[in-house]
Design a protein around this ligand. Structure first.
Ligand code: ZN
Length: 271
């Protein structure tokens, strides 16, 4: 029953969701919640579900030689992958072993785990701070344009009253009215260009950062569907070439791995 993950009582860092902090005991819930959020935030490359034939790397590895997808077959309880395309270069290649690639993935996930939780929290805070400024100035710009739009609508309405009351001629009304319509359109265009996705982008990055710190541990105990989520979120691609698979980080993951290496060097150096 007890898997290593749920018995690990250590705090696992930034377990925040909607501003709430989760205590370490609820790690299991948090990890499920993390997956839900990862899926909610990122719909891209959602892995397919197969109940019976369920190799972990299904549709995840491309052949560098022909661009085809590596396909998997079960032999004596173990999945073997190969490029089935017709190309001569692809034929007769060594079979890939699922467990070997898993070992490579695990090793690369391990390189994402920071030896210092403080450094990761500091990075998360830096992301929040950077975004806060942009989000705040966007909000102010949005409010100011809304105010101008309301003013124009009031002017237009007054203008119409003036026309009805006979205070201005029909031609004068039409001319002024068209001017107001043009200003209104311009403001509406500006309004639509304000980027409202900034807050969402921040959430997405924070979730990825959290995932990067927990993935190495989660990976060992999760079913294929969740393994695929971890792989697709933290790696850009897995490429089959010369009988081996190269695993390539996303830019985000690579930046974390570099930071972790630097942190480790610094911590090691001061001991
Ligand atoms: Zn191929």
């Amino acid at each position: 029953m007890a898997d290593t993950y749920s018995t690990n009582k250590e705090a696992i860092g930034i377990n925040r969701h909607n501003g709430k902090e989760y205590p370490g005991k609820q790690e299991q819930i948090v990890s499920k919640d993390l997956f839900d959020r990862v899926q909610q935030k990122m719909h891209r490359k959602r892995p397919s579900r197969y109940r019976h034939h369920n190799p972990i790397f299904k549709n995840l590895i491309t052949c560098k030689n022909c661009g085809g997808v590596v396909t998997w077959q079960l032999q004596k309880g173990r999945y073997y992958g190969t490029c089935q395309r017709g190309s001569e270069q692809c034929k007769g290649r060594k079979l890939l072993r699922e467990d070997k690639i898993e070992a490579e993935i695990s090793q690369m996930l391990g390189k994402l785990v920071s030896p210092s939780q403080e450094v990761i929290e500091w990075a998360a805070q830096a992301m929040r701070d950077r975004h806060e400024g942009s989000i705040e100035s966007n909000k102010q710009l949005y409010a100011s344009i809304r105010t101008q739009l309301e003013r124009i609508e009031r002017m237009d309405s007054n203008l119409y009253d003036d026309k009805l009351a006979g205070d201005i001629s029909a031609e004068k009304y039409e001319q002024k009215h068209q001017e107001l319509v043009a200003s209104k359109q311009e403001l509406e265009t500006r309004l639509s260009k304000i980027d409202n996705s900034l807050a969402e982008m921040l959430d997405k990055k924070l979730v990825l950062l959290e995932l990067s710190q927990k993935a190495a541990e989660l990976y060992t105990s999760k079913p294929p569907e969740q393994k695929r989520i971890i792989i697709t979120k933290l790696f850009r691609r897995l490429e089959y070439s010369e009988g081996a698979v190269s695993v390539i980080y996303t830019n985000f993951s690579r930046a974390i791995a570099q930071n972790v290496q630097l942190t480790s060097t610094l911590l090691g150096g001061t001991k």
